[in-house]
Design a protein around this ligand. Sequence first.
Ligand SMILES: [Zn+2]
Ligand SMILES: [Zn+2]
Ligand SMILES: [Zn+2]
Length: 372
Amino acid sequence: MRRVRGKSVPDVLAKARPKKSNAITRDGHLESSLGHMEEIFAKLSLGIYVLTFGVMFGCGTADQETTVQKAELRMSVPANAPHLVVLGNAQDAGSPQLGCTKACCSGLDALEAAKRQVVCLGLVDPASGRSWLFEATPDLTSQVEFLSQYSNQTLPNGIFLTHAHIGHYAGLMYLGKEVLGANEMPVYAMPRMQEFLTNNGPWSQLVTNKNIEIRPILSESISKLPLRQAQGRLSNLKVTPLQVPHRDEFSETVGYRIEGPNKSALFIPDIDKWERWETDISELLSTVDYALLDATFYDGNELPGRDMAQIPHPFVVESMSLFQDLPDSIRSRVYFIHFNHTNPLLNEASDQTKAVLDAGYNIARRGDILEL
Ligand SMILES: [Zn+2]
Ligand SMILES: [Zn+2]
Ligand SMILES: [Zn+2]
């Protein structure tokens, strides 16, 4: 177990975390006092910190802030094993969603709202001291801050993009001169995505000002290059884009296979119905240890007045039906992610959440750690 600030991690803290499977440890839960502190600290960059801290402790003082920071965020993280960190699980528009007055969004307290960030993963390689983002979301500022608690880095070493829908690339704006003024941040993009960013303002400015450096990728091509540059050390990490069918107005869409020395993960946040993909998702599940899959909508009742058959995402109930005859050991690899604000899986206490967990699946939450 990693030693943090001269102290080994007490087992009692590990026990305080709920465990869903032997492969995952979850930070950021509200059930334990540590989790509560972690959540608060994680919101420092959101300004919500001011509100929650004020409610809990009265006026925040330097001492109190130090106390919060001592609620170490990285205690459960393996010292040397590469791992993924879930940095967001919501659909592009996040939750609460602008203009939504329904119960799904209107009654959220500040902490709950801050947990519901747009879909994003961090990849951390402790041995090389490097980290990467999958997706550049509108919540990028907070997500990079959260990732830095795990990676010991202020900024990631690169960003892998899936496609040109707002929740998946709009965070690139923070790399421009108005904010970070990044210096050639590697951005891994498929050909149409590269063309989109290069030829359309304001994104093109990021290219011409060299805030980002686009690293072209191709579907099924294994990318080891960025990871081999890690401080002279070879990394065991591999990233492979997999093209998937989706509404491709501005770019093609990919998911990613992310392989570590011991385990591998599949990340497909957006895809049309599974039948429309030439790859058999059930077979693919048997080749990975984790599969973070598009779960935009739970079922067909979610958007009254809309013909849900015309909504080209695999509903959670459809995916569960498709996977129901797979062995428990395969189904337990699935982590549903990319939830529309109406999706009851965003609510940890909903009946649907219970049904999904009871059926042996997982629900990705911010702070989940997946060891690779
Ligand atoms: Zn999306
Ligand atoms: Zn809503
Ligand atoms: Zn999309």
